[in-house]
Design a protein around this ligand. Structure first.
Ligand code: SF4
Length: 483
């Protein structure tokens, strides 16, 4: 028997052998796990527990408090005692330990189910179930079906969660069977690799796909700050250039780049800027007063928390609005932040319809996002569809001059994200030092707020959320002034 493996380690090794080697031999080089990642793991566990209700009345083989051998023994005993359903059923074969999310007896045979908190079937899931099938076959279990239980993106909550509608089951039996030789060879290769010196694997697309690698900090530490990876846009293979010795943007052949990439490299090299006054004037001429700057913050939940919402729907829970009613007039501020525990959308819609003048020009930064949320609100709350659709008609996008490079400065580093554009054009205003400094943190803060009972801590989270969203629209006001 070679090095011990598990489902997770097999998948890690398939993604990058070096990652598995480092995990086994130099674990201390791993990146720290962020609070956001922990929240994602937690959400995955909750989905797994909910999916067990598709096959109720089973026996759970716990991980905590039992050794691996005890988990395997308890699984064996449950099978012998005639259990029909076992959650987290535990097996090993040849040093490969697996836990099957749901093992369900189907007459004389068994069905294996893997649960994923995703709405899509990713290629990596097929390797996952193939390894499980391999171990179960070698434990003498006759497996008739390999199913992937995943969230159905089309499910809309109405009242209590309907488990059978929330989840879909995709049959991966044939795929898992076909992959059996690949599993056998894969396990041998990984074990041989682990017995040798660390493999010389170059950084590549595998560093982030299918999962972000937790040795990123270690492997990428020598990548220069102005590396080719800072180049924005597609069309060239940055890893190809990097590994052929063109590591910095300055090394890149300009004739191989598109217009915006060329501008990025040229402006980076001469620390310059590009302003197309005519195009900017044309953009500004299409705006009108009253002028509203609008920004939403949203949260997502794998299992919809409220009626008329779907798995992973972006649910707006906060907005900030800066309004200028006439040219050179004062700028007013309006905001809304939900109180956790109930659906934020009815109050948020009422606030939007009250705070945004009917004929206002509504400026957003990346209108695809705000319009997407407004359209969903109109769909889910049809009584307000007219008012919301009226707002959508009047939305204009402040990202355009920056994205189209009518206004570009080297400090943007090729990005048109407001987080990069703001400090480049308005150096006295920045997200640096904010307790909440991006949309992901705002989303995590909302979930934190829902779980928090301490009034002091709640007040602190609310203060930070309000400050962050306020800065988003204040940033838009200042950027517009710059144009
Ligand atoms: S960061 Fe990239 S190269 Fe390094 S171990 Fe991870 S996947 Fe492999």
């Amino acid at each position: 028997m070679g090095q011990g493996l598990s489902k997770g380690l097999y998948i890690r090794g398939k993604q990058c052998p070096k990652s598995l080697w480092l995990h086994k031999h130099r674990n201390e080089l791993k990146d720290k796990v962020s609070g956001q990642q922990l929240a994602i793991f937690g959400a995955g566990t909750a989905v797994g527990e909910l999916a067990c209700n598709l096959f109720p009345g089973g026996v759970m083989i716990p991980y905590d408090g039992l050794s691996i051998q005890e988990q395997i023994a308890l699984t064996k005993k449950s099978i012998e005692q005639g259990c029909d359903t076992i959650y987290e059923a535990s097996f090993d074969h040849d040093g490969i330990f697996i836990k099957v999310d749901i093992l369900h007896r189907n007459g004389e045979v068994w069905d294996l189910y893997e649960v994923k908190g995703s709405t899509k079937i990713k290629a990596v899931y097929k390797d996952d179930v193939a390894l499980q099938l391999y171990v179960l076959n070698n434990n003498g279990l006759n497996i008739s079906k390999v199913g992937l239980i995943h969230l159905d993106s089309g499910y809309t909550r109405s009242g209590d969660i309907e488990i059978d509608k929330l989840f879909s089951i995709t049959d991966l039996t044939e795929i898992a069977k076909k992959k059996q030789d690949e599993v056998v060879n894969g396990v041998i290769e990984l074990r041989n690799m682990l017995a040798e010196e660390m493999p010389e694997t170059n950084i590549g697309s595998q560093c982030s796909e299918p999962y972000p690698c937790d040795f990123h900090g270690h492997c990428w530490q020598d990548v220069p700050k102005d590396s080719v990876f800072k180049l924005n846009g597609r069309g060239i293979d940055k890893f190809d250039y990097y590994h052929s010795g063109m590591q910095r943007m300055a090394d890149l052949p300009l004739d191989k780049l598109n217009r915006t990439q060329r501008m990025q490299v040229e402006k980076h090299l001469n620390k310059g800027e590009h302003i197309d006054r005519d195009k900017i004037t044309g953009f500004l001429d299409e705006l009108w007063f009253p002028l509203v700057h609008l920004d939403f913050e949203t949260f997502m939940a794998p299992v919809p928390l409220f009626d008329e919402s779907r798995p992973y729907q972006q649910m707006p829970f906060q907005y900030s609005i800066h309004i200028q009613r006439e040219k050179d007039g004062p700028i007013e501020h309006r905001e809304y932040l939900a109180v956790p525990g109930s659906d934020p959308r009815p109050e948020l819609i009422a606030g939007l319809l009250r705070d945004i003048p009917e004929d206002a020009c509504v400026l957003t930064y990346y209108m695809t996002f705000e319009n997407g949320r407004l359209s969903e609100l109109a769909r889910d709350f049809p009584a307000h569809a007219d008012g919301l659709n009226n707002i959508i008609q009047h939305v204009r996008d402040l990202i355009i001059p920056f994205k189209k490079r009518w206004a570009y400065t080297w400090q943007q580093e090729g990005s048109s994200s407001i987080k990069k554009v703001l400090p480049a054009f308005v150096p006295d205003l920045s997200y640096k030092g904010m307790a909440i400094a991006d949309g992901g943190m705002a989303m995590a803060a909302y979930h934190l707020m829902c779980a928090e009972n301490d009034p002091k801590k709640l007040a602190e989270i609310r203060k930070n959320l309000l400050a962050y969203c306020h800065l988003d629209t204040e940033a838009m006001v200042r950027l517009l002034e710059c144009l």
